[in-house]
Design a protein around this ligand. Structure first.
Ligand code: AGP
Length: 611
């Protein structure tokens, strides 16, 4: 996945392009480039590494050009070298293109173009695009783009600029996001709204198959050769949302935003008397008859979103006694899943653009199942294709490590569980009221406890930072959260971490326990407490250093741990929403002590739009 920006207007393009790239750096940051039309000629600048290096290279030489395109790359086809940087150009440097996605038939197109005499300078799939445009161009860049995309297989969001058509940008979209920002006498194209809200809040979201021409006459959009109208939406995100608000990293800012976004995710979805869950999207999408006929739920997602699914499996099976399968999207899509019209599939994705999750959604629908999407990004590909979308309303999540999106996914999965329990008349009124009350109180409880949790996890992180390995253990719901805690620690601090079901350790992994090794032990589930404590004692006997996480009523943890965080009490079923917070902070401070690039960990990107 990569970030695209385009500008056409009256201001100097170079600074706008660079700003647009900085705002999308989380989408990929192993090389970047820009192409600006200056005096009828394309000036192309590339740099390997972060966007700051490109900015440095350009220095004060921002030029006078008022139209251009830019790109920040996360390498897929071809290593992150200067030759492989976008924008790519045709043989004569008259056409430049930036592209996000994968052109699956690029090898065959490349061979054909080479036979036509084109010379390639990179290993990327993207480079076929400018050469194809050059080959097909007669008098009109739009027509060349239409003819070019007709020959492509795969996913693309692309923008082209050409010295042949100097006051025009042409863009195309299929399975990769692209939006147009509409200003006063100026236009912006971007993969992400965050890249342009500084300049305009009026945005057009392109749909699959759209080709857009932006020039001094305005915007023209066609789909399959026919003119189409796409509605302009007003984006009311505040500018602060895309900035760090005084925190040293986006990740820390986003952890602190959790109480607010949890409350936002519940807003309007729980009745004032805390008696009912209101999900009108579900009412509209599914009849009682259909829901009664559902024989299993299947939750499919990747990474952190998959971990949210694991929590939901336990709560749904516990409350509704309905079988739930949870699958990793990249596995599910290729294993001929056993789903049909009686299965209800839930795909979970912060970005709504994860290629494997999108493919899982399509595979499910192909097999006749209905799909609910739990997404954070409005109008993302997954949101558009699902039969019903429930938005998490976590706001823009910029840090690569997902935090606030995860807790809002949990909130929404719990609300979906309660909704099904209520609609299928499985949950009693009193119990539902109790759960909704607990859920409603969680944001305030977390906000009140955050400073203490932060202080303690910072101390723990100082211990953990010097270790190469750490273990996370828990039973039941605690195990699902332990998996998320281990992922967080791995992805941002590069400490090897593993999460185990506490009762499973003695079947092999306990052999790895050495004196001093850090073990984070979660013990929030009262009905499993004695068992969990026995497992902790087994590790303590081997001199592991135990950091405990339990509810405030479980003071017995003090005797078996080297330190324990006591969380405000809530129903055991809802524990994951609260237990994950110290785990996120622990990972954050461990990474900080180790001097890691927290918001942009190595080898990772925010949304994985390729397989
Ligand atoms: C989380 O910290 C990760 N960076 C990653 O596992 C992420 O959750 C995964 O790629 C799924 O993304 P999605 O929710 O946007 O589909």
């Amino acid at each position: 996945m990569c970030g695209i920006i385009g500008y056409l207007g009256y201001r100097k393009a170079m600074p706008i392009l660079l700003e647009g790239l900085f705002a999308q750096e989380y989408r990929g940051y192993d090389s970047a480039g820009v192409a600006v039309l200056e005096d009828g000629t394309l000036r192309v600048e590339h740099s390997v590494g972060k966007i700051a290096l490109l900015e440095q290279k350009i220095g004060d030489n921002i030029g006078e050009g008022v139209i251009g395109i830019g790109h920040t790359r996360w390498a897929t086809h071809g290593r992150p070298t200067e030759d492989n940087c976008h924008p790519h150009t045709d043989c004569h440097g008259n056409i430049a293109v930036v592209h996000n996605g994968i052109i699956e038939n690029y090898l065959e197109l490349r061979e054909w173009l080479q036979n036509q005499g084109h010379t390639f300078t990179s290993q990327t799939d993207t480079e076929v695009l400018p050469h194809l445009l050059e080959e097909l161009y007669q008098t009109d860049l739009y027509q060349a783009m239409s003819d070019a995309v007709a020959r492509l297989r795969g996913a693309y969001a692309c923008v082209a600029v050409s010295s042949f058509d100097p006051r025009r940008l042409v863009a195309a979209r299929k399975d990769s996001p692209l939006v147009i920002g509409v200003g006063e006498g100026e236009y912006f194209l971007a993969s992400d709204i965050a890249a342009l809200i500084r300049y305009t809040r009026n945005v057009i979201i392109l749909e699959n198959g759209d080709i857009a021409v932006v020039d001094d006459h305005g915007i023209k959009i066609t789909n399959q050769g026919q003119p189409v109208q796409r509605k302009m939406v007003y984006v009311d995100w505040d500018k602060e949302a895309a900035e760090k608000a005084g925190f040293p990293h986006f990740m820390l800012k986003e952890i602190h935003e959790q109480p607010a976004v949890m409350a936002k995710t519940m807003r309007g979805r729980i009745s004032d008397d805390l008696e009912q869950v209101l999900l009108p999207e579900m009412d509209a999408a599914f009849s009682d008859e259909f829901l009664k006929g559902v024989n299993k739920l299947v939750i499919v997602a990747c990474g952190t979103s998959y971990h949210a699914g694991l929590v939901a499996k336990q709560s749904i099976e516990r409350l509704l006694r309905l079988p739930v399968e949870v699958d990793i999207a990249s596995e599910y899509r290729y294993r001929k899943p056993l789903v049909d019209e009686h299965a209800l599939v839930v795909v979970v994705s912060q970005s709504g653009e994860t290629a494997d999750t999108l493919a899982a959604l399509r595979e499910s629908q192909y097999n006749g199942a209905k799909v609910i999407a739990i997404c954070n990004v409005m109008d993302s590909s997954i949101a558009r294709e699902a039969d019903c979308v429930l938005y998490t309303w976590a706001g823009v999540e910029i840090a690569v490590a997902s935090t606030k999106a995860y807790v809002t996914q949990l909130m929404l999965l719990y609300m979906l569980t309660f909704y099904l329990g209520q609609r299928l008349q499985i949950l009693s009124g009193d119990y539902l009221h109790h759960l909704l009350q607990e859920l409603d109180e969680l944001p305030d409880k977390i906000a009140a406890q955050l400073p203490t949790i932060e202080e303690t996890t910072r101390e723990w992180a100082e211990y953990i930072k010097d270790y190469d390995d750490a273990f996370f253990i828990g039973r039941g719901l605690d195990h699902s959260v332990a998996l998320e805690g281990a992922l967080k620690l791995k992805e941002i601090s590069y400490i090897h971490a593993e999460a185990y079901a506490a009762g499973e350790l003695k079947h092999g992994t306990i052999a790895l326990i050495e004196p001093g090794i850090p073990v984070i032990a979660l013990a929030t589930q009262q009905f499993l407490l004695e068992k969990s404590i026995s497992n902790i004692v087994e590790l303590k006997a081997r001199d592991a250093h135990i950091f405990g996480i339990a509810f405030e009523q479980t003071q017995s943890m003090a005797k078996v741990t080297d330190g324990c965080i006591y969380l405000p009490q809530t129903d055991d079923l809802l524990a994951p929403i609260i237990t994950v917070v110290p785990l996120q902070l622990l990972a954050y401070y461990a990474a900080d002590y180790r001097g890691c690039e927290i918001d942009q960990p190595r080898n990772l990107a925010k949304s994985v739009t390729v397989e």
